[in-house]
Design a protein around this ligand. Sequence first.
Ligand code: SF4
Length: 241
Amino acid sequence: MTTEGRRFLVKARISEIFQSIQGEGKYAGVKQVFVRFYGCNLRCVWCDTAEALGDAPDEFKEMSADEVVSRIDALWNGCHSVSLTGGEPLLQKSFVGAMAPLLKEKNVPLYLETNGVLHEALADVIAYMDIVSMDIKLPSSTRCPPCWPEHEKFLRIAARDKGKDVFVKAVISSRTDQQDMEKAVAIVKDAHPDAWFFIQPDIADTRNGVLKKLRQFQDYALRHLLNVRVMPQMHKILGVK
Ligand code: SF4
C-alpha cells in the first residue's frame, strides 16, 4: 500500500487527543499535544485506567492518520512536540508508521512514550521519532512478569541512531527490590550508557521508607550512570491530564 493510501486506510484506536503539560522525565514542563492510544500489552499494578488497559470498548474512536493530524493542527498553538502515549502506542505501529511521515512533513517533533517492550515495532518506526521516553518495568514495582530481555533489545534499537534523545524511567514504590534496580541500571549501562535515568516515585505510595529507598537507589545508579534524577510525575501533583 502506498503512503497516500495508508494515511486514509490504516486506522487507530485513539482514546483521546488533547493539549497539556508534559509531567515526566527530561521534558517535564513542555507544552505538548498528546495522542493517547487505546490498549496496552502490560498490566502494571497501579494502572487503573480502563482505556489504557484496553478494557473499555466504548472509550475509543477509530481514526485515520489524516483525522488525527487535523486534530493535532487544531490544538498545536505553539507546542513543543506531539506525545504518542497510551496505553502503548507501539501496539498500533502500522498506524504510527502511516501518521508519522505526515507530521514530519510539517516539522513536528515526535515524542514516543512507551513501556519499552515492543522492540520489533520500535525498529519499524524509530526513524520518525525525535525523543523516546522509555519505561523500564521493575517487576517488584509493577507486579508484572519481568521484561528484561525485551527492554535490553528495545534500548539497543533506540541507541543505534545517536540523533535520538532517549531517556529511561523506572517507577519506585515501597515494594521495589534493590535487585530490580540493579538489573535496570545494568541494562541501561550496557545498552545506552548516555541515556538519562529517572527514578520516579509512585506518588500513591510515598510512605514506608520510600524516600530512603529513592536516595539509596539514586546513589547506586550514580555509581554506574552519568545522569540520574529523582522526579515525581508533575502532572499528578498539578492535577492536570
Ligand atoms: S505500561 Fe502504562 S498503560 Fe500499560 S499497564 Fe503499565 S502503566 Fe498502564
